[in-house]
Design a protein around this ligand. Structure first.
Ligand SMILES: [Zn+2]
Length: 373
């Protein structure tokens, strides 16, 4: 197979790769002057940054490509970060999420993807999608290993601030895990926090979704134990995880998007949540699953060797000009399927492997004989 020989040996770095591409996403320092004086919510001006630490600003196309599905909510989050007193460096990193997007291709499967500089902020839904994918994979493995129950633990509604309620909830959950009833039945599991807001009573309502490895738990028994532990809360839900995919999707949606429709549209509530949840752990494992990595790195999830083809700006420019490679890559990105023309995919891989800029005339190197086939 001629394609196999293309991925052997060291891969040259294509000239398009910026040296800052894989650098730390957080700039070291941002001077106050980087924010417009008259508008505290204004975008941070990258020209005030020390050039050495200045991450690339995303082009409009890059921003649209990565964030169009939550553009309005993203702007709300960006403004709320200002009033939540988040550090400038974090806000700038959030603002620049999606910069330097590169088109990559897997030479084995002909799949394509976009790899960009990510902010990894929990308030970024674009990054949340990636987190959710990783968590889904980890949880699906946990559920498939043995019988799993989905448990929801709910505290009684009260007027306390969100952070205080979360502290109480997690303390009560820790107490529950030490209770004989729990210890006799449950060996381990994983939990995720969901936060909702009751508009009528103006109350925050964090609650826990837990996957447990356990023999069957009677709802009445768990309810009585939860009441004993909390002193005032008895609402619990227990169900057997039969459809792993659906259960995992349900549980992980709170990780990919920690905001909830009951409070995300109100600036003051968003600011409150940003302050109260800052630095707080919102998912974890316990018992026999303690130490199980819920957020494995992308390398652990995807050990494939991706080749860089070029930038996304080039992709769209060349697609508009009718370039065959760009059209095929764009189609694969839109449909989520691998490139459907094997010969063209091979040509794209060859270009990427040899670091040939898209748009350059394909030289003799494209001939199968050139790579030893
Ligand atoms: Zn992000």
């Amino acid at each position: 197979m001629p394609r196999t020989c293309m991925i052997e040996g060291p891969v040259t770095t294509p000239p398009l790769l910026s040296p800052t591409h894989s650098a730390s996403p957080v700039p070291l320092a941002i001077p106050e002057g980087a924010i417009p004086e008259h508008d505290p919510y204004g975008l941070i001006d990258a020209s005030h940054l020390d050039e050495r630490y200045r991450p690339p600003s995303p082009t409009e196309l890059a921003t649209t490509f990565r964030h169009s599905f939550w553009q309005t909510a993203r702007e709300r989050a960006r403004r709320a970060m200002v009033d939540a007193d988040y550090p400038l460096a974090r806000r700038f990193s959030f603002q620049c999420c999606g910069a330097n997007p590169l088109v990559q291709i897997d030479p084995v499967t002909d799949e394509v993807r976009i790899k960009a500089r990510c902010c990894h902020d929990r308030w970024c839904r674009a990054c949340g999608r990636t987190k959710r994918l990783r968590l889904s994979k980890a949880l699906a493995e946990i559920c498939a290993a043995r019988k799993t129950l989905a448990v929801v633990l709910t505290p009684k509604h009260n007027d306390k601030p969100l952070g205080e309620q979360l502290t109480d909830l997690l303390a009560n959950f820790a107490k529950l895990r030490r209770h004989p009833f729990w210890q006799q039945n449950v060996t381990g599991g994983a939990w995720v926090v969901e936060v909702t807001y009751n508009q009528k009573h103006r109350q925050w309502h964090p609650h826990l979704h837990v996957f447990v490895h356990s023999c069957w738990l009677e709802q009445a028994d768990l309810s009585a134990t939860w009441l004993e532990v909390t002193g005032n809360s008895y609402i619990v839900d227990v169900s057997l995880v039969e459809n792993v995919g659906r259960a995992v999707r349900e549980l992980t949606k709170y990780v990919g998007k920690i905001t909830h429709r009951s409070w995300e549209h109100e600036h003051d509530l968003l600011v409150h949540a940003m302050r109260e949840l800052n630095g707080r752990r919102l998912c974890n494992t316990f018992g026999s699953l303690k130490g199980t990595e819920l957020q494995p790195t992308s390398e652990e999830v995807d050990a494939r060797h991706w080749l860089c083809w070029g930038s996304i700006d080039q992709l769209f420019r060349m697609k508009d000009a009718g370039d065959r490679q760009a059209l095929a890559i764009h189609k694969a990105l839109v449909t989520g399927h691998p490139i459907d023309d094997p010969d063209l995919a091979w040509e794209i891989c060859t270009h990427a492997h040899l670091g040939i800029l898209p748009g350059d005339d394909p030289p003799h190197l494209l001939e199968p004989a050139a790579c030893g086939a």
